[in-house]
Write a protein that binds this ligand. Structure first.
Ligand code: TYM
Length: 345
């Protein structure tokens, strides 16, 4: 059976990169997939604590994330929407998978290095700079593999930054099958067309929640004025005489805005999009991009407000409790097979 699984960290309201790179696809599966396809989406709170958070912040961010997932149109009657920590099987499978995951393989993953601010070529765990590396951050990708495998997912829609984690997941499947026999399907990576939305203030970096400059990203609940302001000051270039052209190498900032504009409309003909703005100044172009973003966020914003103002915490708790119960059933089916395969049962 086809099972689509994906996860997102509860960092509060997600940004446009999360939306175009992942969340928009999640909602579209509700229309494109037949009823027999399982859709499972997880708020990965255990991943969020790989850097310690204040309890009250984490609670608030989880709530904001859940509200956003509903506001973008995920239907809890069609999808399983749940919190990772409410389904202990994720952690249980992680331990089992960590027993067949090599530290050498994990040491070549790029994410913990970028979080520690060391270069990606740096491979050695013996280096001084890794002395403070926490085991949880280092084994983060194994928990991610467990998330996917515990639901025996066949397809995982993500942005490009997660591709390496999915390769590792497939390697772990290979190691598991080698040791214990076949239990899991090999999960395929589904990259969205907008696989890497770039920062508005530094178009060489991906748009991210952790960047210090809040103007580098657009949050899905940003007000129209805030969106206009952020796009207005988005870093482009001073090649005014060239007009609006699509050239990611030479004009990364401008090209990022063209891509955002195109992806919102489900288009990928970036050169053609650029040509539609021929003769316009960057100022006018940016106003059009901001309008386009605002139009697409309008219903998300109003739905977000409606949920917070009229539904309240009881409703959110009910959604996540019911989703987590369904997810626990899905995970338990797998865990029975896993425990049998290992001789734990
Ligand atoms: P997270 O929470 O950082 O991001 C959620 C999703 O958004 C995508 N994304 C982007 N796509 C395009 N451009 C960007 N600038 C951009 N920034 C983020 C991410 O690729 C992701 O799809 N480790 C994962 C969460 C996770 C997970 C999983 C995902 C945990 N377990 C199992 C899939 C399957 C993460 O931190 O995503």
């Amino acid at each position: 059976p086809k099972t689509i699984f994906s996860g997102i960290q509860p960092t509060g309201v997600p940004h446009l990169g999360n939306y175009l790179g992942a969340l928009k696809q999640w909602t579209s599966f509700q229309n494109t997939e037949t009823e027999s396809t399982k859709l499972i989406f997880c708020i990965v709170d255990l991943h969020a604590i790989t850097s310690p958070q204040k309890a009250s912040n984490l609670r608030q961010w989880k709530k904001e994330m859940l509200t956003t997932l509903l506001a973008i149109g995920l239907n809890p009657d069609r999808c399983i929407i749940f919190e990772q920590s409410r389904v202990p099987a994720h952690s249980e499978l992680m331990w089992i998978l960590s027993c067949i995951s090599s530290t050498g393989r994990l040491s070549r993953m790029t994410q913990w290095k970028s979080k520690l601010g060391i270069s990606e070529e740096h491979h050695s765990l013996e280096d001084k700079s890794t002395e403070t590396l926490k085991l949880g951050l280092f084994s983060y990708p194994v928990l991610q593999a467990a998330d996917i495998l515990v639901h025996r997912a066949t397809h995982v829609p993500v942005g490009e930054d997660q591709a390496q984690h999915l390769e590792l997941t497939r390697d772990i499947v290979g190691a598991f099958h080698h040791n214990y026999g076949k239990v899991f399907p090999l999960p395929a990576t589904l990259l969205s067309p907008a696989k890497r939305v770039m920062s508005l203030s530094d178009p060489t970096q991906k748009m991210s929640k952790s960047a210090p400059d809040p103007k580098s990203r657009i949050l899905l609940t940003d007000s129209p004025t805030s969106v206009q302001g952020k796009i207005k000051v988005a870093l482009t270039d001073s090649l005014e005489t060239y007009g609006i052209t699509y050239d990611p190498q030479k004009r990364p900032g401008l090209s990022n805005l063209i891509e955002i504009y195109a992806h919102i409309q489900g288009r990928e003909d970036f050169e053609h999009v650029a040509s539609e703005f021929e003769g316009l100044t960057k100022k006018v172009f940016k106003e059009r991009v901001a309008d386009c973003i605002n139009e697409s966020l309008e219903s998300i914003r109003s739905e977000y407000t409606r949920i917070t103002e009229t539904e309240g915490d009881g409703f959110l708790e009910k959604v996540v409790r019911e989703g987590s119960a369904k997810a626990a059933n899905s995970a338990e089916e797998t865990m029975v097979k896993v425990r049998e395969a290992l001789g734990l049962l």
